[in-house]
Write a protein of this length. Structure first.
Length: 601
């Protein structure tokens, strides 16, 4: 794709807040020199995970090369050094959050486990039949599902705080929902999907006036702003290391000791014990009571190095610079006709979720096209499916910024996005739209004939073409072209029964036994994503018009591997494709009187 740089006059960049030397700072992140599809990496997926500075990588290597040993129980020097580094990281976390005491800091394998710990330990102890847990519409699944599980176990109810169209908490409704039945409020500090910074101090004050504790999910907050748990007066605070320039596999739970002391252990074994007999186990003191088994030693040490890195820059300076990036990118995106930003709260962190509405492009297609230019963004529901339902959408594309991003990168992103939108508007991606719409509105469907005598023969013909395509970019464009020839599925067939769930786009599939046959399957399909329409067209060429037994015998996993597509399928895309294949194979098994298997994992 050629990028047109003759864009309208752009907003003033202004001086970099805090006088940060961004060029020198970027040099500390080795991965930023990577090329993607032959293009320089522009990494705008920081809300999913941040990149790691050399200081963190060096600390991890140093531990494994010089201090690798288990902690706490060893009397040898390596164990003493590992223990000192591990507990030193806990001290850094305490200071980072301004927690009153070291015993308030529990290491977990991530923010998700920390929430599960509180839900299963505090919740198991406190929740009774008819009690309520209060969350909001903008929660990540990690702050929904753990509470659903414990509510189901204890007979409690999950209540949800509404949000406004701008993506802000409805505080009046929040206050109305608080009651003597509310046993805990669990709220995201900063929304990963919208960027909204919630008024958590007000939330805590209202909840505490009724004696209700508050847990804050700070996974998106700690990397963007200062967090002081004593000033907030929250009862629990959780975050993950990997979004804070630290390693994966490490998280933190801060809890007030009056709650942690009374909470039963979450898991058993290892350091969580003081003594064990077959009759009774005595549990360890805080925080070790909640750190069963071998802890994430290297990860905690790496997190400590990440905190040092952030503190050296200064969290106020990070917040100011990222606000500068957010304001600049938001203003530039508003200059592109057809872009809709989802989440327009007055107080936001450096996250922009958006849709291309004119012409309508799925977030999946937008993200894939940006990736071909080396730009990494996140697409989909961002583990916030209820939030997407609140806005009546399947998902968004999301650009999220970090301290190492620049306005030059934003300019390139905007130019690329503008080209994607304008080329689609010119009809290059939606050829024969009127004819397709007319066919889709027809009542009588037209099914495709078999592309070859057998699925294997059809697959060989497809593979022969793909073998002439050198790289993913060419193969992507070919899949898009194949998708344009996908026979339209009449809208009358697009029902809940034909909806394929688990996909990153909206997908419908309608299968039937071919009239006049006993076991020949044919199907129609549709999707709002170009790349998925291409995948459906490939499946249609292989499967539609074929005998059910041949469909079940066909190794579709090997087929996609031979196409070279397996390495370019994200887990979400792979799961969606597996659901499509499963839908076809289940119907084929029904026709053949056999049990289906799912070959695509």
């Amino acid at each position: 794709m050629s990028i047109q740089l003759d864009t309208p006059a752009r907003p003033r960049r202004g001086a970099i807040p805090g006088g940060l030397d961004i060029k020198r700072l970027r040099e500390q992140f080795p991965i930023l020199s990577e090329t993607i599809h032959g293009k320089p990496l522009v990494y705008f997926d920081n809300a999913a995970t941040s990149q790691k500075p050399r200081a963190v990588l060096d600390e991890l290597n140093h531990y494994y090369e010089h201090d690798n040993a288990n902690v706490h129980r060893g009397v040898h020097l390596l164990s003493e050094r590992a223990t000192e580094a591990y507990e030193g990281a806990r001290l850094k976390v305490q200071k980072f959050l301004n927690a009153p005491c070291l015993r308030d800091i529990v290491f977990t394998k991530g923010g998700t486990e920390a929430i599960n710990l509180v839900a299963q330990s505090y919740g198991r102890q406190r929740l009774q039949l008819g009690d309520e847990v209060l969350i909001s519409w903008m929660e990540h699944h990690s702050n929904i599902v753990p509470w659903q599980l414990i509510c189901e176990q204890r007979g409690a109810k999950l209540r949800v705080i509404p949000i406004t169209d701008a993506g802000e908490l409805n505080m009046d409704e929040f206050e109305r929902l608080l009651s003597p039945r509310t046993k805990i409020v669990s709220l995201v500090h900063v929304s990963n999907a919208l960027g909204t910074i919630n008024p958590v101090k007000k939330v805590i004050e209202h909840a505490h006036s009724l004696g209700i504790p508050v847990l804050l999910d700070g996974a998106q907050a700690v990397s963007h702003m200062p967090v002081d748990v004593q000033e907030l007066d929250c009862d629990f605070y959780v975050f993950s290391g990997h979004k804070l320039y630290g390693p994966t596999g490490i998280g933190v739970l801060y809890g007030k000791p009056q709650y942690l002391e009374l909470m039963p252990p979450y898991q058993g074994g290892g350091d969580m014990i003081r003594s064990v007999s077959f009759e009774k186990t005595a549990y360890n003191e805080l925080p070790y009571r909640f750190e069963a088994g071998t802890p994430p030693i290297a990860e905690a040490i790496g997190l400590g190095a990440a905190l040092d890195f952030v503190e050296e820059i200064g969290r106020d300076r990070i917040a100011a610079y990222e606000r500068h990036l957010l304001d600049y990118a938001t203003q530039r995106m508003k200059d592109i006709p057809g872009i809709r930003i989802i989440g327009t709260a007055a107080d936001k962190a450096a996250v922009i979720s958006f849709l291309v509405n004119d012409p309508p492009l799925s977030a999946l297609d937008v993200g894939t096209k940006l990736d071909l230019e080396g730009i990494a963004v996140r697409t989909g529901h961002h583990c916030c499916m209820p939030l997407m339902e609140r806005f009546g959408i399947a998902g968004t594309a999301r650009a999220s910024f970090a301290i190492y991003n620049t306005t030059d990168e934003i300019d390139f992103f905007i130019a690329t996005l503008r080209t994607i939108v304008e080329s689609s508007r010119d009809g290059k991606t939606f050829e024969n739209r009127a004819a397709k719409n007319a066919a889709a509105n027809a009542v009588e469907p037209v099914y495709p004939p078999a592309a070859a005598p057998t699925p294997h023969a059809a697959a060989d013909e497809i593979i022969e073409v793909f073998d002439f395509l050198d790289d993913w970019s060419e193969r992507y464009e070919h899949i898009i072209e194949i998708g344009k020839k996908l026979l339209p599925m009449p809208h009358i067939l697009e029902t809940e029964a034909t909806r394929v769930h688990g996909c990153q786009s909206t997908v419908f599939m309608h299968s039937r036994k071919k009239p006049g046959t006993n076991d020949v399957l044919e199907f129609l399909a549709s999707s709002d994503a170009e790349i998925v329409r291409g995948e459906l067209a490939l499946l249609q060429k292989v499967y539609s018009g074929q005998r059910a037994g041949a469909i079940l015998d066909f190794d579709v996993h090997a087929f996609f591997a031979r196409l070279g597509l397996d390495q370019h399928l994200t887990m979400g895309r792979r799961n969606g494709l597996a659901e499509m294949v499963k839908r076809i194979r289940n119907f084929a098994a029904e026709l053949a009187g056999r049990q289906p298997t799912t070959p695509l994992k």
